[in-house]
Design a protein around this ligand. Structure first.
Ligand SMILES: Cc1cc2nc3c(=O)[nH]c(=O)nc-3n(C[C@H](O)[C@H](O)[C@H](O)COP(=O)(O)OP(=O)(O)OC[C@H]3O[C@@H](n4cnc5c(N)ncnc54)[C@H](O)[C@@H]3O)c2cc1C
Length: 373
């Protein structure tokens, strides 16, 4: 694992420009008192586990489109890269709007990760009887591995986006952000978190989150902090805003419960080729197989981006999230999540000890040097 790969992920500038196309917000330019935040206690003896997952990445972004296969209408909804938790409700809405009008009878959803479950729930809300068919159920999905930070990044490369994709992306961001807000609370494991992105030079687009005429604010409490206004030594600038943190182990369990309570059925089943769909009783099928769509529907663009997370013992007093130098920290009930690796094309789910040590060392240096209150 090269350092380049380790640090590649959440590039702060591109994250800012992403959100520029996703929402708008007025800026509070100055803050009078320096921020006071508790430190994360990073040390090897506080590690409780390390896990890996494969992000289903496409350089031109996710796929939401209909395809007629024989007498079955298949609506694809996959390829969310590092933002499947974030966008799940949004692309589910796009997919259901494409497939549901004019259809009567039951519907099928392939996959029970966050995208499949959200799609299934919106179909139920529209009055359909739904069966989920999936090879693996939670907790054995990529969605269960995710950090759960609501932030639409690492799901495309800028030069491969199309205008049609931009439109879908914007609609998905807005719908998902609003929908998650109705789920804040302990039952779903969703809460607000203050977030800080750090950089050595002033952020681009400061104050301009209004490009492209998008409605709504996706970054409440947005503010830029200069030198002396934040406790993060080693970084000149901090950009702060509030966003949502979704704890996948709690959230996916609750979503599956909601699905079953609403009369949904689940069948554990693996599909090997698209032709098998014609043998299902449903004539409307939503393909939410994540990385599985590569083999099932011959999508050559779909590729894994391996991510590795290391968890430290929980520290309930840490109520903020931070992204620094490509690394990130989220504070969850089941532990402090330390991550930031993006290894494209790597299919291995093995934990790399060297990468784990690099993640720990990077975060330790960062938090140990934070200025005390
Ligand atoms: C380390 C890491 C950190 C992440 N952090 C975040 C984050 O903070 N925020 C965020 O928004 N996103 C994050 N992500 C990205 C997120 O996890 C994914 O985008 C998301 O899980 C994709 O969801 P999905 O439902 O499409 O796929 P999955 O969760 O992989 O679900 C796919 C489903 O399809 C089934 N399936 C696949 N193939 C077949 C087949 N042939 N037959 C039958 N069933 C099949 C599977 O069994 C499974 O049920 C992270 C990912 C990783 C790896």
């Amino acid at each position: 694992m090269h350092r380049r790969q380790l640090l590649k992920g959440l590039a702060i500038a591109s994250a800012s420009s992403l959100l520029s196309s996703c929402g708008k917000k007025l800026v509070r330019a100055t803050v009078s008192r320096p921020l006071c935040l508790p430190r994360v206690n990073v040390s090897s003896d506080r590690i409780i586990r390390s896990i890996c997952g494969l992000r289903p990445y496409r350089r031109s972004g996710f796929v939401v489109r209909p395809e007629q296969i024989g007498d079955t209408l298949v609506v694809h909804n996959y390829g969310h890269g590092g933002a499947g938790i974030t966008l799940s409700w949004g692309t589910a809405k796009l997919a259901v709007d494409l497939g549901a009008p004019g259809h009567s009878g039951p519907a099928a959803v392939l996959g029970s990760g966050v995208v499949g479950l959200s799609t299934a729930r919106l179909l139920q809300n529209s009055g359909f009887q739904v069966t989920i068919y999936a090879k693996d159920l939670p907790p054995n999905t990529t969605s269960n591995v995710a950090g759960g930070f609501w932030y639409p990044v690492t799901l495309f490369q800028e030069q491969f986006r199309t205008a049609a994709f931009n439109d879908q992306f914007t609609r998905a961001c807005n719908f998902a952000f609003t929908r998650y807000q109705t789920m804040v609370g302990p039952r779903y494991g969703v809460r607000w978190t203050s977030t800080f992105l750090l950089a050595q030079s002033a952020f681009p687009n400061a104050g301009d989150f209004s490009q492209k005429g998008v409605v709504g604010s996706l970054t409440p409490e947005f503010r830029d902090l200069g030198p002396g206004q934040h406790p993060f030594a080693g970084y000149e600038f901090a950009r702060g805003f509030d966003t949502l943190l979704i704890e996948p182990p709690i959230y996916l369990t609750a979503l599956m419960q909601d699905f079953l309570i609403a009369g949904g059925k689940v069948q554990v089943r693996e599909f090997h080729e698209a032709a098998e769909l014609s043998r299902l009783p449903e004539r409307l099928v939503f393909n939410c197989t994540g990385l599985g769509a590569k083999a099932l529907f011959n999508d050559e663009e779909l590729t894994p981006v391996k991510g590795q997370l290391t968890f430290l013992l929980p520290q309930p007093e840490i109520d903020y999230s931070v992204v620094h130098g490509g690394l990130y920290m989220f504070s969850r009930q089941d532990g402090i999540v330390l991550g930031g690796t993006h290894d494209e094309g790597n299919w291995s789910l093995d934990v790399d000890k060297q990468v784990r040590d690099q993640i720990i060392a990077g975060h330790k240096q960062f938090f140990d040097s934070m200025r005390a209150c």
